[in-house]
Design a protein around this ligand. Structure first.
Ligand code: AMP
Ligand code: MG
Length: 342
């Protein structure tokens, strides 16, 4: 299969979307830009399209997909009931990087939800994604468009690196603004619970809903036999081929520690403005600010593999608070929770 890349800008008219819409109506899958990361889209109501998503990504079939809609009213086809909390969240953060989990309607097939009774719904703000969904006339299920386990794609070329020859089409809508996947909150439990942090932050969610629980799996490895609220948390995720090790401490101690490694395949990932005195090659992955770090995190992890790194020591974004959980969550998973204090 030849994988085509077509550039579409928000100014382009509906004719530009024709091929993508035809493929999606034909139950095929398409790489699509969103403001968080690139998605691998297919008709959320079609078990065949959904099975093609899982196959192209190599994703375990119990890891449910997020269903994308182009406007709020389309949620009624997907869920049994829209509680007040969902309406408030949508008013505050849709279109945008927030996924809301609610009990699913009968129309949503179990293959889309990984056999769960709930469905994850999001209205993305990327104009190309919304125009495409609108033109299709059905909701689009889309997990991140990477091979399962790899860092999520934030550029069309990342999707091509992973899925060339596995899908017909990638829509290039430019680099993703956010750079990390959406915040996932469930309203299907008694108290709302944050399942995955993203750039709609915990403090923003609390300002709308009040009390919110944070799933243990956000910052901790799963314990043996523990039941997961979000199946995605079970799997190794966001990992480049290089071994990632987080190093917590000041820059001076980081530098002394890393300089003890003489192997030329050892790399460092540091904050912008750092790197002086390091004797290993390094990548700067943004200012120590959660928005900046999230924007280039996955691109930096992919860069390590392009450079042939075996191991990379990463500066730990220290100040863990309700606003920067997203970056820490992705880094901890990329590192398989390996953290060294220096
Ligand atoms: P991805 O689309 O690759 O960003 O992954 C979607 C994430 O949303 C995964 O971590 C899933 O576990 C989570 N998710 C999707 N649907 C549900 C659901 N119904 N209940 C809990 N988590 C979900
Ligand atoms: Mg993913």
């Amino acid at each position: 299969m030849k994988t085509e890349i077509v550039k579409i800008t928000p100014e382009d008219g509906v004719d530009k979307y024709k091929y993508a819409v035809e493929l999606l109506q034909d139950e095929q899958v398409v790489g699509i830009p969103t403001e968080t990361v690139y998605g691998l889209g297919g008709n959320a109501f079609s078990p065949l399209a959904v099975s093609r998503i899982f196959e192209a990504k190599g994703r375990p079939t119990d890891n449910p997909l997020i269903v994308h809609i182009s406007e709020f009213s389309e949620i009624y086809d997907l869920v049994t009931d829209v509680p007040e909390g969902a309406r408030k969240l949508a008013d505050a953060f849709w279109p945008g990087p927030l996924t809301i989990i609610l009990p699913k309607s009968r129309k949503v097939p179990y293959c889309t939800t990984g056999n769960l009774e709930t469905v994850a719904v999001r209205c993305p703000s990327h104009p190309v994604a919304r125009n495409l969904i609108k033109a299709c006339g059905f909701p689009v299920a889309a997990p991140s468009a990477n091979l399962s386990g790899k860092p999520s794609p934030t550029k069309a070329e990342h999707v091509f690196e992973d899925l060339n020859g596995r899908i017909n089409l990638i829509i290039d809508g430019g680099d993703c603004d956010e750079g990390v996947e959406s915040t996932v909150i469930t309203l299907a439990s008694e108290t709302p619970k944050l399942l995955r942090p993203g750039n709609v932050t915990l403090s923003q969610l609390k300002s709308v809903l009040g009390d919110i629980l944070v799933d243990d799996a956000v910052l901790n490895p799963l314990k043996e036999g523990e039941k997961v609220s979000s199946p995605g948390m079970k799997y190794k995720h966001y990992s480049p081929d290089a071994e990632i090790i987080l190093v917590r401490g000041g820059y001076g101690n980081f530098k002394n520690y890393v300089n003890g490694f003489k192997d030329n395949k050892v790399y460092a990932m540091v904050f912008d403005g750092e790197g002086e005195g390091l004797s290993v090659p390094f990548i700067q992955y943004g200012a120590e600010d959660y928005k900046m770090l999230s924007h280039s995190l996955f691109d930096s992890l992919r860069e390590l593999d392009k450079k042939g790194a075996d191991k990379c020591f990463v500066r730990y974004p220290d100040d863990c608070n309700d606003d920067n959980l997203a970056v820490l969550n992705r880094l901890l998973r990329a590192a398989g929770f390996k953290v060294i204090d220096v």
